[in-house]
Design a protein around this ligand. Structure first.
Ligand code: SF4
Length: 213
């Protein structure tokens, strides 16, 4: 992780990190941007979130938007119709059950429409500065298996395995480091092992084809 911290210096940050920084860690905007980001390119997530937040910045104002308008604002994020419905339902629940505030526990967050463990963990880390959570997405799952930190078939298992395999002080940083690394170097196909700053530390488990340099 120390080597990764050095290696990612200067690389472009994932969209949610940028939104988190630019919105002064506003839990609501982090929650909504994370909902939009699933299976969507970073640049698309960033642009869609910006359009949506320009129109509404709180659960109350966003809950008043018709689903069709949310769809238009967030298009072309993937599954934009489903996500628009989730965004509206999520805002309505924040209003009716949580007093218009984003709840600060994982157990409450996963009761919101469209919010799974990945989103809830990221909100806990970025918005509430929790040191007790690891957010596992496809990059974290892939790279921690390639590195041999865990041996898991599903991202859901990877989260629990990483709690056991890694030092607690790194938990809130694992997502930032591995997502950045996964987008730039340790890509899903043709990872750039030849140019990888941590190649000496990596057994490349499961990697059969890679870019040599
Ligand atoms: S050596 Fe290859 S597989 Fe290992 S972290 Fe680097 S890019 Fe990924």
């Amino acid at each position: 992780m120390r080597s990764l911290a050095r290696a990612i210096t200067g690389m472009e940050l994932p969209a949610i990190e940028k939104i988190s920084e630019s919105q002064a860690d506003d839990p609501f905007q982090i929650l909504i941007a994370t909902l939009l980001s699933a299976r969507t390119q970073d640049a698309t997530t960033h642009a869609a979130s910006t359009r949506l937040f320009r129109r509404a910045r709180t659960p109350r104002t966003m809950a008043r938007l018709p689903v069709a308008e949310i769809e238009t604002l967030i298009y072309p994020v993937s599954f934009y119709r489903n996500k628009a419905r989730h965004v509206k339902a999520c805002c309505e629940m924040l209003r009716s059950r949580f007093g218009g505030q984003v709840p600060g526990t994982l157990q409450e967050l996963v009761t919101l429409p469209g919010v799974g463990r990945k989103t809830a963990n990221l909100v806990m880390i970025l918005a509430f500065k929790s040191g007790e959570h690891i957010c596992v997405d496809t990059h974290v799952h892939r790279i921690s298996n390639r590195m041999g930190w865990v041996r898991t078939a599903q991202p859901e298992d990877t989260e629990q395995a990483l709690y056991k395999a890694t030092d607690r002080r790194w938990w809130p940083l694992i997502n930032l480091y591995l997502v950045t690394w996964g987008q730039n170097v340790c890509r899903p196909v043709y990872p750039r092992c030849g140019d990888c700053a941590i190649a000496k530390l990596c057994p490349r488990i499961g990697v059969t084809v890679y870019v040599r340099s």
